[in-house]
Write a protein that binds this ligand. Structure first.
Ligand SMILES: [Zn+2]
Ligand SMILES: [Zn+2]
Length: 554
């Protein structure tokens, strides 16, 4: 439909998965739209992407539309919402808006990375209202698992949108204001066209417990302990950090932290979230403090091998040791995919006689996302005409869609990354697609997920490689013995023959079997030897290696 202005929504990441959030809102007619960008996050790569650290949304569409980008608003400082900013902002270069804690944590992260670009961030107060191009944006404070999570009310001439960001209802969040219920209800009275919302816990009934409940459990556990205590959690969970610090102080213990925690601690102190809490000590102090006077607050709750708790569990940490009778509290949830690593960590600790407490037996962790009762409540307050589930995998999105319909929402749109959804005027629906893809952070480089690199690496990891070099004269005579090397291939066959000899013989025999004129064609030699060597190894191994043949003619 050509003609008048439209309001559209286009997610480029974060729909169909939890991670890598990037949402666009567009205003204008089909030929020329102005865009508001919300968040620019990363996902963490699993074992299926060997050597890849992070996954990011491909911002080709943003680069193409660079002149039409009004600005980028960060909802909060979790990596799945702001983790790609340092790498991708230089390609996009639009104004960036964030609240004080998010801006300060971003700056601390930037200073920690050599050669990081200078990204100008406009700091906006909590609850403030400001224009981003033609979009009138108002922040709504929501509770979550990091300070200063914000929902956005985006007002346009074609209607008001509520972009929830990550939120939950927590009347006692330990730090920061609880979710601004009054403002959300006012939006409902004013009229809300569309709610674009968090689906993470849409499969969970009831309400999420409060941070205050977790703080109570931590206080009891720490008060009752007689040995040393280590607590692992996400560094960015400042409410949890504060709860541990208060529990430690109540039990006459001091808190020691490593570098990752200290970085967030400093930002939290600058922004006032640790007011009244005694300074934490650096890990060097750990060894001097009596066993019953210390709590180590550490990272590594997901089993990350280089993090503090993993090194402690292997007794490899230079400063922090634990022994029989000490306690480790996992104040965290294991993210799917990390179960094995976390299991290994826990078993390592238990073997040393250390007591391990997890959320399976004690309320030492709560999610920062709303369960179904909280979601239903939000729909009652806001009463949107349209609902679009985001921030979830397919199951979460479809459960959220059912819940929204049940809450009386007339139009519920299920979409995916790269869909262009019209919100107004007229009925909502998918009208087009925009380019959406993934980038991998591989060492210092960003590579396309479509490139062969990682697929090759995965293939190498299970099939090994055979390398053959042949030196030929121009007349096609073999001038030296072939050079053969095997990497990642078994050394011996089932009947103890040398695989290297088999590959070598295959190379020589294949070459000898070629007709004389073919031996003068390096390409033909290469192809034939490759096939011969692969087949010879495969006949013993029942697996085909990658085979590289180099023919050098002198
Ligand atoms: Zn979050
Ligand atoms: Zn998130």
């Amino acid at each position: 439909m050509a003609g008048g202005p439209e309001l559209v929504f286009a997610p480029l990441g974060g729909v169909g998965e939890i991670g890598m959030n990037l949402a666009l809102y567009g205003l204008g007619d089909g030929g020329k739209r102005t865009w508001l960008v919300v968040d620019l996050g990363v996902s963490f790569a699993g074992d299926d992407l060997p050597g890849v650290d992070l996954i990011m949304p491909d911002v080709a569409f943003l680069i193409e539309q660079r002149r039409n980008l009004a600005g980028l608003v960060l909802t909060h400082a979790h990596e799945d919402h702001f983790g790609a900013l340092l790498d991708l902002w230089p390609k996009v270069r639009c104004p960036v808006y964030a609240t004080p804690f998010t801006a300060a944590l971003f700056e601390a992260k930037r200073l920690g990375e050599p050669l990081a670009p200078d990204v100008p961030v406009k700091v906006v107060p909590l609850g403030s209202r400001f224009d981003v191009g033609p979009f009138d944006v108002e922040l709504v404070s929501v509770s979550h698992s990091i300070p200063e999570s914000n929902a956005l009310i985006i007002r346009t001439p074609l209607g008001n949108v509520l972009h929830t960001g990550d939120w939950k209802l927590d009347p006692t969040p330990i730090i920061g204001p609880p979710t601004d219920e009054a403002k959300l209800k006012r939006l409902g009275d004013e009229g809300c066209l569309a709610l674009i919302g968090d689906s993470t816990n849409a499969v969970r009934e009831g309400r999420s417990p409060s941070e205050a409940d977790v703080a109570k459990t931590l206080r009891e556990l720490i008060a009752g302990a007689t040995g040393r205590i280590a607590v692992t959690t996400f560094a960015s969970n400042v409410a949890r950090m504060r709860a541990v610090a208060e529990a430690a102080a109540a039990a006459g213990r001091e808190v020691v932290v490593g570098r990752a925690m200290a970085r967030v601690e400093q930002v939290a102190r600058e922004t006032g979230y640790l007011d009244g809490i005694a300074d934490f000590r650096s890990v060097e102090a750990y060894g001097y403090l009596p066993r019953d006077k210390v709590v180590a607050l550490c990272t590594g709750s997901q089993g990350e091998p280089r993090a503090a708790i993993a090194r402690i569990s292997e007794d490899q940490h230079p400063e922090v040791t634990l022994s029989q009778g000490d306690m480790v509290i996992f104040s965290s949830r294991t993210i799917p995919g990390n179960e094995k690593a976390v299991g290994k960590l826990i078993n390592g600790l238990v073997r040393q006689g250390i007591e391990v407490v997890t959320d399976r037996t004690h309320l030492v962790h709560v999610s920062g996302h709303p369960r179904r009762t909280e979601m239903a409540e939000l729909y009652q307050w806001v009463r949107p005409r349209i609902a679009i589930p985001v921030h979830g995998e397919a199951l979460h999105l479809s459960e959220h869609a059912k819940l929204a319909r049940g809450a009386g929402v007339g139009e519920v749109i299920l979409c995916g990354d790269g869909d262009l959804v019209r919100l107004a005027p007229g009925p909502a629906g998918l009208i087009d697609e925009v380019p959406a893809a993934r980038l991998y952070k591989d060492g210092a480089l960003l590579i396309s997920a479509e490139a062969r690199t990682v697929a090759d690496r995965r293939r190498l990891s299970f099939s090994g490689i055979a390398i053959v070099a042949l030196v030929l004269s121009e007349k096609g005579e073999l001038l030296a013995d072939p050079d053969v090397e095997l990497i990642g291939i078994p050394e011996h066959t089932a009947d103890k023959a040398s695989m290297l000899d088999i590959a070598y013989d295959a190379a020589v025999d294949t070459f000898a079997s070629l007709a004389k004129p073919r031996r003068r064609d390096p390409q033909a030699v290469e192809e034939a030897v490759k096939r011969g060597v692969r087949a010879a190894i495969a006949s013993h191994w029942q697996k085909k290696p990658i085979c590289l043949v180099q023919v050098i003619t002198v």
